[in-house]
Design a protein around this ligand. Sequence first.
Ligand code: ADP
Ligand code: MG
Length: 582
Amino acid sequence: MARIQKLAPETTGKIAAGEVVERPFNVVKELVENALDASATRIVLEIEGGGKRSIRIDDDGTGIAAGDIPMAVENYSTSKISKIEDIFRVRSLGFRGEALASINAVSRMTIRSMEEGMEVGREVRWAGGEQREDRPLVRKVGTEIIVEDLFFNLPARRKFLSSDASETRRIVSAIQGFALAWPGTAFVMRSNGRELLSFPAGTLEERVEMVLGPSVFPHLKPFSKSDGSLEVSGYVSMPSLTKGNRSSQFMFVNGRYVRDKLIGHAVRQAYQSIIPGDRFPVVVLMLETPPEMLDVNVHPSKAEVRFENERDVHRLVSSAVREALEDRTISFRDKVESVYRSIFPEDNSSDTPAGKDPQGISRTAEPGRSDWLFQESPRPLFEKDGGGAHGQTSTGLYWQLHDSYIMIEIRGGMVIIDQHAAHERILYDKARRNLEGEKAIVQSLLFPATIELSPDEYDSFEKIVDTLPGLGFEAEPFGMRTIIVRGIPAGVRNWDDGRLLRTILADLGRGLPATDSILRSFACHSAVRAGERLTLEEMESLTDQLFATEFPFTCPHGRPTMLRVEMRELEKRFQRTPGTEG
Ligand code: ADP
Ligand code: MG
């Protein structure tokens, strides 16, 4: 390792200044970063009293040259950079040369280190920054740092620390983060003598499973994508697993654990319309970028970074995660298939011999997939005035509750579908596909409608005029603030003489609307509402099409489209046990 030297004042003046040590967590973070920078392959951390009483970290890295140890704890002394430009080249986690100094000033610290290739090492002890002991020492190559009685000389700061348990929790989560980013390094953590974490070196996959646990791992999907010199990879949870907060989101830039808004937003966007806004996916994300495109000198504890190419980063992260989520549709459909199978008991089609249709033509033998299930309905879903069949709504299979929910008997109980949410999902997916290039199916209006818009509505109209054909609207300007509409999307039945389009336009408001908000607004206002009576055919078609969408279980706002009620649950609520009769 390079020698430690003091940075010149013109360099230190440019380094993001601020408090490094707020709580035991920060101490641990800095010490682990130092061990990783020293190429440690095994890091052992022991804390007592939540890290307030003591923090001991032992690594098998390169060690510190005996002569450099006193220098290591001085302000702005580092072996990692020598001038400010170096921070745009730096591959190490540290670069400010301040951590050991700051920690030393507020604790009783001991450094024991033995440099690679040396026969004798050195141990130095300080208290509140004052040197107390200094002696030669022999140990294996590597460094051991002990930090005791944090803030012993600053009682006011000590008061702000949380309970042992909560300080310990923070540290555990930091070690989990490091462990995810550095799967090739072994980590052990003990608290008050009890082992809390132990991760042997391994592959990323093994590490992810170990850190996040066997119950989370099956819901995760790996991803990786690159774009020029940017590279992103990691694991994200399928919509089947979300959390109530961000504590299971781990994001790293060049191995650095960050809380980055840009990356967070890009991930969030990939989940848009898939999970509710108040739920959080599990995320392990590593971004690799050339150091010269990254400013790490933004935040005193290095938790934030700034990218030169923000747009590229955002686009890459969002699309990589989205692709991972969409890819899962295969097994998602498998799941749908199993729900659907139970909705339609097999004996329903038992008059058709397996694999053959009545004409004797072989069906495609793709496993787990039945053709009729994924076919687009050939007719528009809701034809105008299709309400002639009222009274037919209750059969053995479909039943409409309060003109709002479709109840379907399935083998182990029943499924309840929210007709509005379900139709929203269908329209959203269709419109999305149409915008991505598939041609929208338009139903022409018998009499083209001219609609006069308010100034705001007209404003919105002009902004989304290029998007409208993709949705299935044939509309164009027709004089001052008036538009003429010749066709509307097939499957939309609440056109209501143009009110539908006006509502969507009014919804979009000022600013350039994001495609997704256009889609959601369109889906929401065009979808059949709660309180509308559906015919049997419509219920069937709605259910069919819902299951053919990519994410049938949630609406574009992330709310559930269906609930499953198990017979077992009914039995429990009726306090029936097997064999209870009468
Ligand atoms: P920085 O990491 O920003 O350089 P620090 O105050 O954290 O500053 O550490 C100062 C110097 O001490 C480092 O540059 C490094 O040379 C040395 N050092 C600290 N911890 C270790 C360690 N565990 N192994 C080897 N060297 C270390
Ligand atoms: Mg450091």
